[in-house]
Design a protein around this ligand. Structure first.
Ligand code: GAL
Length: 445
């Protein structure tokens, strides 16, 4: 079975009843106006072009506030006037917080209050479909995809995941990989160590580093996605791709000895992290690696964008321990909410996001590869070229922490259990909570 279809099945198999968590957080959105440009044509109903000039404010909502994230977003904003002539003023509406939990809270409040932004960042898969599509809050984009010829440039598996009842509902701007171990090359070489490829090698290297007073593994889980993502990579590294995929379909028992082994590995790993992890963000954890205070961190490849923005080049990368040949994938997408204020301008934003020029401008800065399959590899650095090759040849599995593997209610149950575990280190309780979360999601009996 083709790998992308496997990802699709793993994602779709757990689609079920709607699970929208109604969040009550304050709207701490910050708005940074971005200048628009001159006059020209615009996209209207169902994606077709007319001569009507675009104007007004266009609010683009995301959680992209760190170096590479902000740089990628700005590159798209910069491109907007050339593809969407008019006088549109892009309002960069961000809610900080890696992984987007804070942003999703604000977004939920706004969507339920019928105050949607022009377009918003949302992960491909359950995060989009189970939250906003099945509740009829998004416009289908089939005409736009047709007009732009996108049915031929996005891989079939990607098109399937952004679609519901045969129609696409968002435009994927990238593919990220979550299971990457990043390390400081000098820290490893000057201590005569080899970066670890297996769990055992990880613990051997970690002991050697600890003996030299270097933090083996940097973690910044002030935003809980970081520890959830670390657990997800350990589950993949211990269960393998098929075993991990089975967790989301009911085929792998959450109560099995293999899951126990994975959770014990996770617990052991947490014994090697910086003591201030719960007050740091993922990019502040990366600063520890950059400064050589820590040797490694497990993070998605947006960290590569962070390194680029910070001019740090002394880094190496490997699949996280035990995950060689597996691509733990997620995708950032943008959609068109119903009743959005400046619909034509928003539709044209989607055009930019899905365009070859847009993806080639955005992804090299963001540390991701194009969701389109026709981007020019020579515009991408060595890491991203290696990711492009792996995306074509590896087994693809869906990321839990980033909205692809589980519907939002299930994901929240897991995330709460992991947050408690990181504090109390009680692996048996974590496993029983994971078993219950699967039952509550209706996937396990
Ligand atoms: C992910 C998102 C990435 C990156 C990361 C850290 O959820 O897909 O684009 O922004 O969070 O914030």
């Amino acid at each position: 079975m083709p790998r992308r279809i496997k990802w699709l099945l793993a994602s779709l198999a757990v689609f079920s009843a709607l699970s929208v968590s109604i969040a009550c957080g304050d709207d701490d959105t910050t708005k940074t106006p971005t200048p628009g440009a001159t006059t020209g044509g615009s996209a209207t109903a169902a994606g077709s072009a007319t001569a009507k000039p675009l104007s007004g404010d266009l609010e683009i909502f995301s959680w992209w506030t760190t170096g590479g994230e902000a740089a990628g977003l700005q590159a798209l904003f910069k491109l907007y006037p050339s593809q969407c002539p008019g006088t549109v003023n892009i309002v960069n509406s961000t809610v900080a917080g890696g992984g987007g939990a804070n942003a999703r809270q604000v977004l939920t409040t706004r969507m339920l209050g019928n105050d949607p932004p022009g377009s918003f960042q949302v992960h491909m898969g359950h995060e989009l479909t189970d939250t906003w599509v099945t509740t009829d809050k998004m416009e289908p984009l089939d005409q736009l995809f047709k007009d732009q010829g996108w049915n031929d440039v996005f891989p079939k598996g990607v098109l399937d995941i952004v679609s519901y009842n045969g129609k696409p509902y968002s435009v994927p701007v990238n593919i990220h990989r979550a299971n990457v171990l990043w390390y400081n090359k000098t820290v490893f070489s000057s201590n005569g160590l080899k970066p670890p490829t297996t769990m055992d090698e990880f613990f051997t290297a970690a002991d050697a580093l600890k003996a030299k007073n270097i933090t083996p593994l940097a973690l910044g889980d002030v935003d809980s996605f970081a520890s959830v993502q670390l657990m997800e990579t350990v589950l993949i590294g211990t269960l393998g791709a098929d075993g991990y995929n089975g967790l989301w379909t009911g085929a792998t028992d959450w109560n099995s000895a293999k899951v126990t082994e994975a959770l014990n590995n996770f617990k052991k790993m947490l014994g090697y992290v910086n003591s201030d992890h719960s007050s740091l963000s993922w990019d502040q954890a990366n600063d520890l690696v950059i400064k050589g205070k820590a040797a490694m961190t497990v993070m998605g490849d947006w960290l590569e964008g962070d390194n680029k923005a910070k001019n740090f080049t002394d880094y190496g990368y490997l699949p996280s321990p035990g995950t060689a040949g597996i691509y733990d994938a997620l995708s950032d997408t943008f959609g068109l909410p119903k009743n959005t204020k400046n619909r034509d301008a928003a539709l044209c934003w989607l055009k930019v996001v899905g365009s070859k020029a847009g993806q080639e401008a955005f992804n090299p800065l963001k540390g991701s590869i194009c969701a389109r399959s026709d981007c020019n590899p020579s515009l991408f650095d060595a890491y991203l070229q290696s990711a492009m090759n792996d995306w074509k040849s590896n087994k693809i599995v869906p990321s839990l922490a980033h909205g692809a593997a589980a519907k939002p209610g299930w994901m929240t149950g897991i995330s709460d259990a992991v947050t408690a575990f990181v504090a109390n280190k009680d692996a048996a309780t974590l496993q029983s909570r994971l078993v219950s979360a699967c039952k509550s999601a209706g996937v396990c009996k």
